[in-house]
Design a protein around this ligand. Structure first.
Ligand code: GDP
Ligand code: IMO
Ligand code: MG
Length: 424
């Protein structure tokens, strides 16, 4: 078995980019399996912060191959900007980055439809990143989509114009419309398509199969988080792809029996950006402190992230859905200075206490039940060995490990590559 998966267990932004970058040294191939430029994956090393949206987080490693899999949706305009952003770093990008022929394209009109659909929802809006994700996956499952491989075909222009006209008709049904300028979006899109054509566009599932036969080590990188999964997330406040482990199989062509480790990544607290239920959300000074110390602003949209205590009901559910074999706890440093740390271990609901994620998380009767643990004062950011953890921090990790029944193998105490502690 040659494929490991890394995916978020909460509502995204757990720190996937940082850990994929750290782990890339042990892999030959890093492959993104779903999502699109709604993702913002942050990496920090040598004093520079990088944010990736479509390109896998192994791109800064000197030898690893990075693959954008068939399950990903690509906006050529954003792809072009990302590539341009990497120019100063002398990456051999044309040899190190591969793109699946079967990945779907986000058209300018998908973005317009996303905006119009959100505007029409008013207060019930999802809080989408407005990158066109929902409409693109709708066209994919509706069998109308355009794939990367199509840009190489002689009838590409016709395909594009046909789908565009269909979208423009659809847009007429939204009275609010959208203020986006199609002309500008289209110019950027077509320039992006021209650049995309110069990359290695491949039959990615065949590439993956050969790589597995050759014994290559592969890490599949997820985007978003398990609670944003189209099936298992807090529907309808979710994204439009399978963010959980099964998404790596459909998004890369990996057979389920080829998956080895499933790394589940979570923050020492919880955040959510956009709308939707969040039982442990804080509206007080504690939440404000997490947001400030944790610098909780969306890496893609800059929106402030909502913050709250860790939710073990939701985490256990995510671990079960993904079959997580190992956990990684991020941003423990942000909790320094809290007198007590709260951990949600169950929900009080109208029908009694529940430790399994309820069908409707917006049910107003749901109240988190907390266990309180002592906090710690020490700054964790310069710790390099778990032996130096303050007693209460160690106690926090032990408590979570026991409750979650899964080992926490990595503890992150800062945004930099180096602020990563592997546990024995
Ligand atoms: P991703 O979408 O899962 O890759 O996560 P994001 O990059 O959107 O958000 C994670 C944020 O937390 C980024 O700004 C990271 O630089 C930062 N970060 C990652 N790990 C740590 C950590 O252990 N401590 C602190 N303070 N920041 C971290
Ligand atoms: P990474 O990979 C956090 C959220 C949006 C919105 C909902 C639907 O960086 O963890 P969409 O644009 O997909 O239609 O938005 O999902 N969302 C994310 N939240 N991190 C992400 O990605 C997200 N990608 C989408 O805020 O609530
Ligand atoms: Mg992010």
């Amino acid at each position: 078995m040659a494929v490991d998966l890394l995916l978020g267990l909460q509502w995204g932004d757990e720190g996937k980019g940082k850990i994929v970058d750290v782990l890339t040294a042990s892999y030959d191939i890093i492959a993104r399996f779903q999502g699109g430029p709604n993702a913002g994956h942050t990496l920090e090393f040598e004093g520079i912060k990088h944010v990736l949206h479509t390109i896998p987080s192994g791109i800064f490693h000197p030898t690893a191959i990075n693959l954008i899999g068939n399950g990903v949706v690509i906006d050529p305009a954003i792809f072009k900007k990302e590539i341009e952003g990497l120019t100063p770093f002398n990456i051999d990008i044309k040899n190190k980055l591969l793109v699946s022929k079967k990945a779907h394209l986000i058209l300018p009109t998908h973005r317009m439809l996303d905006a119009a659909s959100e505007a029409a929802k008013g207060k019930a809006k999802i809080g989408s990143t407005l990158k066109g994700i929902g409409p693109t996956y709708m066209d994919k499952t509706g069998r109308n989509g355009i794939r990367v491989g199509d840009i190489l075909a002689p009838n590409w222009e016709e395909k594009y114009q046909n789908l565009k006209s269909k979208h423009l008709n659809l847009l007429k049904s939204y009275p609010e419309g959208t203020e986006m300028s199609l002309a500008q979006l289209e110019k950027d899109f077509l320039e992006g398509v021209a650049l995309l054509k110069t990359f290695q566009i491949i039959d990615s599932e065949q590439y993956m199969h050969s790589a597995q036969k050759e014994g290559k080590k592969i890490l599949a990188e997820g985007a978003q988080g398990s609670l944003l999964d189209i099936d298992f997330g807090t529907y309808p406040f979710v994204t439009s792809s399978t963010t959980t482990a099964a998404g790596a199989c459909t998004g890369l062509g990996i057979a389920p029996n080829q998956v080895k480790e499933v790394f589940g990544i979570f923050k020492a607290y919880a955040t959510r950006v956009g709308s939707g239920p969040f039982p442990t959300e804080l509206f007080d000074a504690d939440g404000a402190k997490m947001a400030k110390v944790g610098n909780e602003f969306g890496a893609t949209t800059g929106r402030p992230r909502r913050c709250g205590w860790i939710d073990l009901v939701a985490l256990k559910y995510a671990i079960a859905v993904n079959g997580a074999t190992q956990l990684m706890m991020m941003k423990g440093d942000v909790l320094s200075g809290f007198k007590t740390i709260k951990v949600c271990t169950a929900y009080k609901t109208a029908s009694g206490t529940q430790d399994y994620l309820p069908y409707d998380l917006t049910d107003p009767s749901i109240e988190p039940i907390y266990t309180e643990l002592p906090g710690w004062e020490e700054d964790l950011m310069s710790i390099t060995d778990e032996k130096a953890f303050p007693k209460s921090f160690k106690q926090y990790i032990d408590f979570l490990e026991k409750e979650l029944g899964t080992p926490i193998k990595i503890v992150s105490v800062g945004p930099d590559r180096k602020q990563t502690i592997f546990r024995g």
